[in-house]
Design a protein around this ligand. Structure first.
Ligand SMILES: Nc1ncnc2c1ncn2[C@@H]1O[C@H](COP(=O)(O)OP(=O)(O)OP(=O)(O)O)[C@@H](O)[C@H]1O
Ligand SMILES: [Mg+2]
Length: 257
């Protein structure tokens, strides 16, 4: 199953991606988590200690690899380079094992998918396609907001799109826009995850706006999540309630599969 997680900035995409990846791995599934956000730190949210184990270099920064696979130096524009470079060995070479799952940091996919033609973007585009089309495991993709950058071919291979939304008109409007775009791109399943809910009243208003059936999970506001972020630890390890929520979310995803 291929799952992409998106939503407005700061709504909790990385947190939810990490919870989901940890829960699935805990249930014995083969999981590959992809951090496609240059400022993301999905690794930390999963439980990777960067101070102790070092920074994970994004794929896009592997300059020798970019040149080896595309035949051109990173950053070169306008020259000739391979548009569909070989990428099927990259997960094995560049992923990091964390807490029973594998993680890869790609660097920003947005420009790559938006049609910016340079060798490193050709490599990333090709890699994303490989992830979505060829791999037989749970691939969970933490994206920046802005799903419109997915190309039609790649989007069709996304099995599920989770749109994270917090109670607030702007976040809900963004979420609705993303969901509508996803349908145009023929993504089969689109579900909202309502995060940081403070009260039943808030939840009710979100349900009125987005519709109960479209909401796959509701996650309460949890101070322990903030604490985990502050101390650089994983919300999955620190927040009992969030762990329970992620079990429920996985159950829901299994029903949707
Ligand atoms: N349910 C929650 N309750 C309280 N705080 C939360 C909750 N979910 C996430 N947060 C906090 O909100 C902040 C933003 O979360 P996160 O980084 O996961 O969002 P994001 O959507 O990935 O952000 P960005 O758009 O910057 O990538 C973090 O401090 C995180 O700990
Ligand atoms: Mg994030």
């Amino acid at each position: 199953m291929k799952i992409a997680i998106t939503g407005k900035g700061g709504v909790g995409k990385t947190t939810i991606c990490a919870l989901l990846a940890r829960e699935l791995a805990g249930q014995g599934k083969r999981v590959l988590a992809i951090d496609a956000d240059p400022n993301g730190n999905l690794a930390g949210a999963i439980g990777y200690d960067e101070d102790a184990s070092g920074r994970i270099k994004p794929l896009i920064e592997e300059k020798d690899l970019v040149e080896e696979r595309t035949g051109a130096k990173p950053g070169s524009m306008g020259g000739y380079f391979v548009l569909n470079p070989k990428v099927d060995d990259l997960v094995e070479r560049f992923s990091v094992e964390i807490k029973g799952l594998r993680l890869m940091v790609t660097g920003e996919l947005k420009e790559a998918l938006g049609g910016c033609y340079c060798p490193e973007n050709a490599l990333l585009r090709s890699f994303l396609r490989h992830l979505m089309v060829d791999r037989d495991e749970w691939v969970i993709l933490d994206m920046e907001a802005g799903f419109e950058h997915l190309t039609r071919g790649t989007a069709e291979s996304v099995g599920m799109l989770l749109v994270v939304v917090e109670p607030g008109l702007r976040a809900m409007k963004t979420a609705e826009k993303i969901a509508s775009l996803a349908r145009q791109l023929h993504i089969r399943k689109v579900g909202y995850i309502v995060n940081k809910v403070h009260s039943e009243g808030q939840e009710k208003r979100v349900v009125e706006k987005l519709g109960r059936d479209a909401i796959w999970a509701t996650i309460p506001f949890d101070f322990q999540a903030l604490e985990a972020d502050l101390s650089g630890s994983s919300p999955y390890d620190e927040c009992q309630e969030m762990r329970k929520t992620s079990r429920d979310l996985v159950k829901r995803l299994m029903c949707e599969c």
